[in-house]
Design a protein around this ligand. Structure first.
Ligand code: ZN
Length: 102
């Protein structure tokens, strides 16, 4: 049987009692179309982007891919899920706001 642990609090999740939440994140370098348009040689830039995108398709073992594109997956318990949804980026202000509930 596969055992899951919460990636935040490291608590082991009991498949019969605990709800497990899966968080999938995609982080990728954004290319602003306006900036590309303003560049003199926009054709080269578009080609560059095209090449990067092509590289992404088999980026699993490629180190360049890490800078441009990352996909992350986390398992969370229900408590950590609630905290995560309220404050997905872990901002300090939001953390202070949540403090009274703990
Ligand atoms: Zn947790």
């Amino acid at each position: 049987m596969i055992r899951y642990c919460c990636d935040l609090c490291k608590r082991e999740l009991d498949p019969e009692q605990d709800l497990r939440y899966v968080v999938k994140m995609e982080v990728y370098a954004a290319f602003d179309p306006m900036m590309v348009e303003e560049a003199d040689d926009d054709r080269d830039h578009l080609q560059e982007i095209q090449e990067i995108l092509e590289r992404l398709e088999d980026a699993e073992s490629d180190q360049i891919g890490e800078d441009v594109y990352q996909q992350m997956r986390f398992d969370l318990c229900s408590d950590c899920h609630k905290k995560f949804v309220r404050n997905p980026l872990g901002q300090e202000t939001a953390r202070a706001f949540n403090f009274s509930e703990n």
